[in-house]
Design a protein around this ligand. Sequence first.
Ligand code: IVH
Length: 713
Amino acid sequence: MSGGAVNGAEEAVDRLTIEAARTEWARIAAEVARANKAYHTEDAPEISDADYDALKRRLQAIEARFPGLASAGSPTQAVGAAPSETFAKVAHRVRMLSLENAFDEAEVREFDDRVRRYLNLPADAPLDYTAEPKIDGLSLSLRYEEGVLVQAATRGDGETGENVTGNARTIADIPERLDGAPGVLEVRGEVYMSHADFAALNARQVEAGAKTFANPRNAAAGSLRQLDAAITAARPLRFFAYAWGELSAPLDGTQKGAIDRLAALGFATNPLTRLCDGPDAVLASYREIEQKRATLGYDIDGVVYKVNDLAYQARLGFRSTTPRWAIAHKFPAELAWTRLEAIDIQVGRTGALSPVARLTPVTVGGVVVSNATLHNEDYIAGRSASGEEIRGGKDIRVGDWVQVYRAGDVIPKIADVDLSQRPEEAVPYVFPTVCPECGSDAVREEGDAVRRCTGGLICPAQAVEKLKHFVSRGAFDIEGLGAKQIEMFFADPDLPIREPADIFTLQARDAANLTKLENRDGFGEKSAGNLFRAIEDRRKIGLGRLIFALGIRHVGESAANLLARNYGSWAAFEAAMTAAAVGEGPEWEALNAIDGVGAVLAASVVNAFHQAAERASIDRLVAHLDVQEAARPQTEGSPVAGKTVVFTGTLEKMTRAEAKARAEALGAKVAGSVSAKTDLVVAGPGAGSKAKQAEALGIEIIDEDAWLRLIGG
Ligand code: IVH
């Protein structure tokens, strides 16, 4: 190491381009970081104090000229404290959503029909959309207060992301300051890496003997989520703005106008964004963008259509994780041919036997693929769940020459089989009827495409997968207890973890053992202590996380949060599920009345609470926990929260679906029929028996205008 970086020969700061500044900044930041480590951690200073100070001064000068480079991770801001091992969490004030997908023209037209039906617009009424490329990167939310960038956060699970402010500040497309922006402005968009920068980065990685990235998206994600902002700064990331979160004042009345406003504020917006006057025009845009795809210089995986009128967007609102006013029209998947070497069966946490294709490795769209999903036994046999032929009825055999495809980030799939290349000795695949892990019967229930192991918690594969799910990111997320450690503890004869409750007795059991965890391979006093502390921290857990962690079939993160918000506390949830019976009774009705909960999900949750072994395991777990009540957002101050409302007759200002969605968003339950439990009936013209029934029961009846006044317009 030398102080050569600051020997006076460098370019005057005010003549530096941003690219040159970024490169120099990254180099000096890395040198300072190395010097810090040598000085503070290794007690072996490598450079003189004077050289060290000169390096820092040069950094400060560069940062004064390019404030975007002055990140929280910059050595100029460091106060000697070690950076945190992980990113701090950021609760998004407005959720970050994902998009529904369409794969063909018919699905795009259906989307347009759906939007019109919801808004009560005739088929020939004008309805504009924007069309823009779907960037294949990762989404980022940038918060500006009084025009100053104060926070950048990844999407995370949509509700909570990671604070990557320091890293985002190193991205040249992200302005540090805005002129004329609303007081609070959250700009959302995609961080990505260009093909050229990706190729150069991988070449540098090879040279440095470091791992290379599979594609630009992974490279962008890996670069943004760096603990050391200097590394992010050295990786040329880019950003397109295409949406927004919290705003103190609207940007415009239309999507296109709002995007133009973001461009005027200094953001890069995609130059292929088009305003289209209906489905034919959006499809024309799709073709235009698809044609330009190969020459754009960055990855896109489809075209996003959004309803242009923001008042319509507000009326359309959201489903649990996607807006009703937008859709992603995906490009067809990429394909390649290869040999199927073997079929393995994996047993998942719900007992599903999943066949996996082991393939001779092949590159598909730039990624090496050696496994593909085979879904289930029907799929291998060439049939769909409803018994129709798929792939023209061709079955899949070990030894076959198969066509593999991948679309987006999903697990590769098999599209076709070349029968002319089938080896003579290839035989039809026989799907196992016993679990390969525990030997229990594997059965297929009527109407289920999947064969499942009946071993329940005695099946080691199910138990391990359930535990891995339990400690996963959206669930208990226990630091130091990941999939690898779960496998280790599961097999440990002295300190086993066989079910979630065992995690919370680990420390006490370890204390009673002769051989302590801290003396084992891979552990020391510090890491064992850290693990116990991380477990202790998680005794206090949010209701949504707990419900998700239970690993009940069909209950993903958003359904778990939905249940949590509706029941509020573990006591209420547990009491309702215990009292509920599938298909009947008030608890069943209440569960099914939750917007976003269908009968299949409801039955799965109720069943989980009525299976003796599973229930006992849940009870043992909860005895160790302090479950936090779930906030019931949006309903505070709502005049209809907790009320049961019935809509009847014709509504003139909104459609039924819209009325239901808005009422539910305000915490009301919407029922289809009037009963003693009904609090309010909203009756439009033509209301018949329901209004009469309500009258007879003495239930308040109001018209649509009064309803709108009640809920605030
Ligand atoms: S709009 C509320 N526009 O695609 C809607 N998303 O698959 C927010 N994406 O999570 C998204 N390009 O990360 C939107 N032009 C675009 C996009 C885009 C890429 C990403 C985004 C989103 C994901 C959904």
